[in-house]
Design a protein around this ligand. Structure first.
Ligand SMILES: Cc1cc2nc3c(=O)[nH]c(=O)nc-3n(C[C@H](O)[C@H](O)[C@H](O)COP(=O)(O)O)c2cc1C
Length: 241
């Protein structure tokens, strides 16, 4: 069973292995076969130190042997088109969405392949919280947006698998089934009853598990602030007016 790995051994991830995994991952489905993505490989300790604050100093960034920043990329395709008498028009939100989809599919394919060889990784969603700083540090040109970061290495931990909601919560037959108080109770009961989650509620001094997410981890104020930076980054990179 796959699970997120946040602690890595000192065993190096060889460049040849990384390259072959990235090449194999490029077999992922991609819009028009355009491969609307790039990945920036970070191995240099100084670069990891500089990246870390943009991921809220999560220790994996400096501890992992490799950090990968996956980017939605219409820059290369646009430059190719311009040099070949094309008329590219990709400075819009639809094109960002398509390139982000491509980049995330490429990233997920990489994860599946790397995990099948025993490598471990952590997906960092913080990439879209502080995109402006990442853009500057990695020197991303217009029409390139960071969308995901992976910290990668050989595992030095074997965490217990995390729970998942039952399929009744997220599988709908033919049309979307209403979410009601009864379906909420049915689908969240097991999660809320987990001893680790009850402990989590206790130490966070909240009344419910949901409040840890809404009031502490992903508050409305934080989401609004990070959303503003994300929109600013999309404008800076030329994907929004
Ligand atoms: C969009 C997204 C953002 C995430 N961001 C972080 C993160 O910033 N830090 C972290 O430690 N894990 C992060 N994760 C990993 C999740 O915490 C993890 O997948 C989830 O808790 C389930 O655990 P599992 O992957 O071990 O099954 C992220 C995962 C996703 C898909």
């Amino acid at each position: 069973m796959r699970q997120t790995i946040r602690r890595y051994s000192s065993r190096p991830v060889s460049e040849s292995l990384l390259q072959s995994l990235l090449e194999e991952a490029a077999r992922a489905q991609t819009m028009g076969n355009l491969q609307l993505y790039s990945v920036v490989v970070t191995r240099d300790a100084e670069m990891k130190q500089q990246l870390a604050p943009f991921h809220f100093n999560q220790p994996m960034v400096t501890n992992a042997p490799v950090v990968l920043t996956f980017c939605a990329d219409y820059h290369r395709t646009t430059e190719w088109a311009l040099q070949r008498k094309g008329h590219p028009g990709y400075g819009n939100f639809l094109s960002y969405q398509n390139a982000a989809t491509d980049a995330l599919l490429f990233c997920q394919r990489f994860c599946d392949l790397a995990e099948s060889l025993g490598l471990g990784m952590c997906f960092l969603g913080t990439t879209v919280y502080k995109p402006l700083e990442i853009i500057r540090l990695l020197r991303l040109p217009k029409l390139v947006m960071p969308v995901a970061t992976l910290t990668l290495g050989w595992p030095d931990e074997h965490p217990a698998p995390t729970d998942r909601l039952p399929a009744t919560a997220y599988v709908h037959q033919e049309t979307y089934a209403p979410v009601t108080p009864e379906t909420i109770d049915r689908d969240f009961a097991a999660r809320e009853a987990l001893p680790e989650n009850q402990e989590f509620v206790r130490i966070n001094h909240t009344e419910t598990l949901a409040q840890i997410f809404t009031d502490i981890r992903y508050s409305a104020a934080d989401c609004e602030a990070f959303s503003a930076e994300l929109l600013q980054a999309l404008r800076r990179q030329g994907f929004l007016e």
